[in-house]
Design a protein around this ligand. Structure first.
Ligand SMILES: CC(C)(COP(=O)([O-])OP(=O)([O-])OC[C@H]1O[C@@H](n2cnc3c(N)ncnc32)[C@H](O)[C@@H]1OP(=O)([O-])[O-])[C@@H](O)C(=O)NCCC(=O)NCCSC(=O)C[C@@](C)(O)CC(=O)[O-]
Ligand SMILES: NC(=O)C1=CN([C@@H]2O[C@H](COP(=O)(O)OP(=O)(O)OC[C@H]3O[C@@H](n4cnc5c(N)ncnc54)[C@H](O)[C@@H]3O)[C@@H](O)[C@H]2O)C=CC1
Length: 438
């Protein structure tokens, strides 16, 4: 067995598959068959997917589910969700339906500012640097005009360039902290292109600046890159109703429910161990729509968790209160999203997801995703504070357990009927299957 290789990238697709099959599987032919079973029958479509990333050997399916009945700012949305975990789509759908008859979700885009930074070292006198940056600042806009012209026509572009002194935390370290509006694109490539040009302008102008010493002339640019921390690209989603209106099939005593729910959210606000799981519940909804719409889930995850820790202590992203008999539950999320660019016009299922969402702008998508996150969080915390999470989650997970034990259709029907009234557990399902098979 050979576990390392030089020049793997230069092999063709079949050679890559053979190398994997021969080195990691006792039955190489079966492994090749499995890899190819996941190829798309349409060769052009397969080629498109092959070319999204590097060293592609096959596809990896995730389910594409639908959560209907989201009423957001009085408009109906049907929300596509791509996720591997059972009960998430059901929970989102259940919450959406619940809130649709209680006024729906109200969402607001609080800001759309994106951020990028040129990180550089300057060994010299700070007042001279400040004066220099002020002097050359117009060039950052003028000399990037070609790159930014289309974005400016859309009403976006570079908003501000600010010098930030970081020498108290790292010797000689300064930043050009640049803010952008990238309209309907996430903007990573646009921002990085602008930043690299801004860095060139900075270095070129420094060399030519007569008031700098020989050392000050040599500004050392360490890197130029967007930040995925976007606290001012922020959206709020909220739901509210009179406490008594919370009464439903699972909520017999709405006052008690509301108080316990608020308490559960407070615990997530002050206790990081709980906050992480609480926020994971929010991300169940957020990530599923982020992935379905072809957005960069790593960027979204990184930015949101940094936001959750902005006070210095990791805390809940959502909040709840009861005020004057009104139950109010809301979430603030930083979300840098695109409805153009990236994979949005390339991946056929992403195009379909965006079509189902009625071709949203980036701002509309921020609001839909925030609503999906809040819906998910409501469902989870509602279950946690009433029945416990396992009842509903395991009900949805039942099919996975049955498939794991290769249950036949008849066995599935019999087991599902049995668990209509019983709580599902892995052991209970296995025992029942074994008794059916005797
Ligand atoms: C699972 C449910 C929804 C069952 O809830 P239920 O009361 O058994 O559902 P129901 O049969 O009464 O149906 C009501 C509605 O729920 C939805 N629904 C119901 N079943 C389905 C289904 N099979 N397929 C699609 N949708 C379904 C659907 O909208 C349906 O309306 P309808 O379509 O009939 O008009 C509920 O128990 C629930 O919301 N549980 C919470 C589940 C959850 O949060 N899962 C996430 C995974 S756990 C986790 O990762 C996070 C966590 C919990 O740790 C976070 C935290 O700690 O905060
Ligand atoms: N740290 C990070 O998050 C990084 C992420 N990326 C990747 O970059 C990609 C996103 O970059 P983008 O620049 O958004 O995509 P992109 O490079 O595909 O560019 C989108 C382009 O669409 C055009 N456009 C057309 N209509 C527009 C409209 N209405 N509003 C705005 N722009 C419009 C603009 O020219 C814009 O620059 C993602 O795939 C992401 O994974 C790349 C580098 C770093």
């Amino acid at each position: 067995m050979k576990e390392n290789i030089n020049g793997f990238s230069k092999l063709d697709k079949q050679e890559k598959i053979n190398w994997i099959a021969q080195n990691f599987f006792s039955d190489a032919d079966e492994a090749v068959k499995m890899i190819k079973r996941y190829w798309n029958a349409d060769e052009a479509l397969q080629k498109l997917h092959d070319e999204f990333i590097e060293n592609t050997i096959t596809n990896f399916y995730l389910p594409f589910g639908i959560a209907p009945n989201f009423l957001i700012n009085k408009e109906w949305y049907t929300v596509p969700m791509v996720i591997e975990e059972s009960s998430v789509v059901a929970a989102a759908a259940k919450s959406a339906k619940f809130w649709s008859v209680r006024g729906g979700f109200k969402t607001t885009v609080i800001g759309t500012e994106k951020i990028g930074q040129v990180h550089f070292l300057f060994k010299g006198e700070k007042p001279k640097l400040i004066q220099f940056i002020n002097q050359i600042k117009p060039l950052f806009f003028d000399e990037t005009a070609v790159v930014t012209q289309n974005m400016r026509k859309r009403g976006g572009g570079i908003q501000e360039v600010e010098l930030r002194d970081k020498t108290d935390v790292l010797p000689d370290y300064y930043q050009l902290h640049v803010t952008f509006d990238t309209k309907d694109s996430m903007g990573a490539n646009f921002i990085n292109s602008c930043l690299e040009q801004i860095a060139e302008i900075l270095k070129k102008q420094a060399v030519q600046n007569p008031s700098f010493s020989d050392e000050e002339n040599q500004i050392d640019v360490v890197m130029s890159i967007l930040s995925n921390y976007v606290p001012n690209c922020l959206v709020r989603a909220e739901v509210s109703c009179r406490v008594e209106e919370l009464k439903s099939k699972d909520i017999e005593d709405p006052q008690l429910f509301a108080e316990k729910f608020v308490q559960a959210v407070k615990i997530a606000e002050i206790e990081p161990f709980r906050a992480v799981t609480h926020n994971k519940g929010i991300m169940n909804g957020v990530d599923a729509v982020v992935v379905a719409t072809g957005n960069d889930f790593r960027a979204v995850e990184a930015g949101i968790h940094a936001f959750a820790a902005k006070s210095g202590v990791y805390s809940s992203l959502s909040h709840a209160i009861i005020e004057d008999g009104i139950f109010k539950f809301w979430v603030d999320l930083p979300l840098a999203l695109g409805t153009v660019g990236g994979l949005t016009s390339l991946h056929p299922m992403v195009k379909m997801a965006l079509q189902i969402l009625k071709k949203p702008s980036a701002e509309q998508l921020m609001q839909i995703i925030a609503a999906a996150g809040l819906a998910q969080n409501f469902a989870a915390v509602k279950s946690l504070t009433t029945t416990g999470i396992q009842k509903g989650h395991m009900k949805m997970h039942l099919m996975n357990i049955l498939n794991q034990f290769k249950a036949t259709d008849e066995e599935k029907v019999a087991v599902a009927a049995h668990f209509e009234k019983e709580i599902v557990s892995h052991n209970a399902v296995v025992e029942l299957l074994e008794s059916l098979r005797k």
